[in-house]
Design a protein around this ligand. Structure first.
Ligand SMILES: N[C@@H](CCC(=O)N[C@@H](CS)C(=O)NCC(=O)O)C(=O)O
Length: 219
């Protein structure tokens, strides 16, 4: 018997669920996964299953946790290495994770997450391009300061900050905006991480009945 449940949206579309799922898996929490196909707006089954009407939602050992950053903090209580050990690096990791959580609306709106499609060149507008430039700045500065020991933002370990940016990598792979060689290398490192790859394989296996024209008829 598991210690709780993780409610997520379907893998093809649910960028926030990818964050929560990665965090829970990285922390090694033993939970039953409940996957709800998203309706592309308000999903009644999500409203029924979660306190805030949003996925991801985690119940574990008597705790109820929603909002991706809160899930990150809860998971880090079980796996402290999700955040960097150095206090200064940890402050930066939390700052960029929070910036990701709170912002980048232009990017989200113009380039909706779709783990199974390629829409190269679509979605470029001043807002999305400004967000992409900021993401690249964050990645470059973080890796320059802390990433020397490996391919991820803070080096060798895929941590909470990487989990927060994983769906952005997914968007970049789908919409193929122009990126620096360094950003492309980071995208490759994230995409080939075994857990991210597991998510993508799961997305490819989802039933056709879950496809939404809203996210498939782009471009
Ligand atoms: N701020 C929330 C955002 C979660 C969110 O917007 N999730 C979307 C799916 S990716 C959702 O549940 N939308 C409602 C729906 O599709 O019914 C978090 O950090 O977890």
């Amino acid at each position: 018997m598991s210690d709780g449940k993780l409610v997520i949206g379907n893998r093809r579309y649910s960028s926030w669920s990818l964050r929560g799922w990665l965090l829970v898996r990285l922390a090694g929490l033993d939970v039953t996964e409940v996957v709800i196909p998203l309706a592309g707006g308000v999903t009644l089954a999500v409203l029924d299953a979660t306190p805030a009407g949003l996925v991801p939602y985690l119940e574990h050992g008597g705790a109820r946790i929603w909002e991706s950053l809160a899930i990150a903090e809860y998971c880090a209580e079980h796996a402290p290495s999700l955040w960097p050990a150095d206090k200064v690096a940890r402050a930066l990791a939390r700052s960029i994770a929070a910036e990701m959580h709170a912002g980048f609306r232009g990017l989200r709106l113009a380039m909706p997450f779709n783990a199974c499609r390629a829409f190269p060149g679509v979605g470029r507008n001043p807002d999305s391009l400004a967000d992409i430039a900021r993401v690249e700045e964050i990645w470059a500065e973080t890796r320059a300061a802390w990433g020397g020991g490996g391919p991820y933002l803070f080096g060798a370990g895929f941590g909470a900050a990487d989990a927060m940016f994983a769906p952005v990598v997914g968007r970049f792979l789908t919409y193929e905006p122009e990126l620096s060689a360094e950003s492309l290398a980071y995208c490759e490192a994230v995409r080939t991480h075994p857990l991210v790859d597991e998510w993508y394989r799961g997305a490819a296996d989802e039933p056709e009945a879950w496809l939404l024209e809203k996210y498939e008829g782009i471009g």
